[in-house]
Design a protein around this ligand. Structure first.
Ligand code: TRP
Length: 362
């Protein structure tokens, strides 16, 4: 069997640079590597509703934003199946069966769920759907028999929980499901890109994001107001590179060829860092360099987005076809699952014959 990818995003906003380094960019590379038999990219609207139940309009509006972001970074519907989670009801069915295999205390120990409960002030009233979303995420992954899940490191506990569910299912009902592996970003600077204010994560509510669809001017402003070293007051002062957001971004995005193109005074990033540490290199120059690199990367994405924005009905059609295709695959897995769980009553002619015999007293 070939390798299969499944991954996805909650449609709660446009996608940003954190998504790009954390997983989107990698997905495109993986898609084009030809190493994977199938690639499924899911817009996780049902999961988004687990903490936005009262705001379906937000989820609805962001489906198309996320789809446009996918297409504009180079996810190609001819190579990858893009689909909407809620349009594959088999995922709910599978989640329901998995719920029997997971304990409440195990869910309570899931570190991602723990932090998210705190972030959302859910401590005293956690919606059951939200609490159990790791189970539904296990269904997302296993319904496609995914071998490989490329995601950011914050998703590690989800994949671990999925693997446990697979092992439990297979040991109770017989070998049916595939145990997936997580595929983390390869550049350690990309594991978690901080927000432009230096806070741990890019997040819409913190207003510290650079969106893939931002204008060139928006991006420039964000870069020029980025958090650096608060003690680097004058150009001549020695500066710190660690914890300096501009340098964290350079670690993530700068490549050797950028020096010849935008900053020939230096041969590589180490030289820039040395100069900054010694003193005598101002933040503005480093920020301008970062801005050039980001603009070079984002410009073609923006241009492709503009093209797709002219074809919105076609984009919905891509999602519809993708969802139909995904549904067929998930339905095939569900047939295996029902057989393993012995709830395939009408598929099993032997069962009916056996029962008939039993009741005849034979
Ligand atoms: N939890 C993921 C996020 O918040 C989105 C997601 C839902 C997902 N189902 C998935 C990711 C399955 C990978 C695999 O970004």
């Amino acid at each position: 069997m070939g390798k299969i990818i499944l991954t996805g995003d909650r449609p709660t906003g446009r996608l940003h640079l954190g998504h790009f380094v954390g997983s989107l960019g990698r997905r495109v590379e993986l898609q084009n590597s030809g190493e994977f038999e199938k690639i499924f990219i899911m817009i996780a609207d049902a999961q988004a509703l687990t903490d936005n139940a009262d705001n379906p309009e937000k989820v609805r509006q962001n489906i198309i934003e996320v789809a446009l972001d996918y297409l504009s970074v180079g996810i190609d519907p001819a190579k990858s199946t893009i689909f909407i989670q809620s349009q594959v009801p088999e995922l709910c069915e599978l989640s329901f069966y998995y719920m029997n295999l997971v304990t409440v205390s195990r869910l309570q120990r899931n570190p991602t769920v723990k932090t998210e409960i705190q972030m959302r002030n859910f401590e005293t009233s956690i919606p059951v759907g939200f609490f159990t979303y790791p189970i539904s995420q296990a269904a997302d992954i296993t319904a496609f028999k995914a071998t490989t899940v490329p995601v950011g490191e914050d998703q590690e506990p989800m994949i671990e929980q999925t693997r446990e569910i697979v092992r439990k299912f297979n040991s109770v009902y017989g070998d049916t499901l595939v145990e997936p592996e997580i595929l983390l970003p390869d550049n350690s600077a990309c594991l978690r890109l901080p927000g432009t204010d230096g806070k741990a994560k890019m997040s819409k509510s913190l207003n510290n994001c650079i969106y893939l669809s931002d204008t060139a001017e928006d991006v420039r402003k964000r870069v020029m107001s980025m958090f650096t070293d608060p003690d680097h007051l004058r150009v001549d002062d020695p500066g710190k590179v660690e914890g300096n957001t501009v340098f964290t971004y350079l670690d993530a995005f700068c490549r050797p060829e950028h020096f010849a193109a935008y900053w020939p005074d230096y041969a590589n990033l180490d030289e820039v860092k040395d100069h900054y540490r010694r003193g005598g290199l101002g933040d503005v120059k480093v920020k301008k360099f970062l801005n050039s690199i980001l603009q070079e990367m984002l410009e073609p994405i923006r241009a492709r987005r503009k093209e797709f924005e002219k074809e919105i009905p076609m984009v919905y059609d891509i999602l519809k076809k993708g969802s139909e295709e995904a549904r067929a695959v998930a339905a095939a897995t569900l047939a295996d699952v029902r057989r393993s769980m012995k709830i395939d009553y009408f598929e099993d002619a032997a069962l009916i014959a056996e029962q008939a015999k039993r009741f005849r007293g034979e």
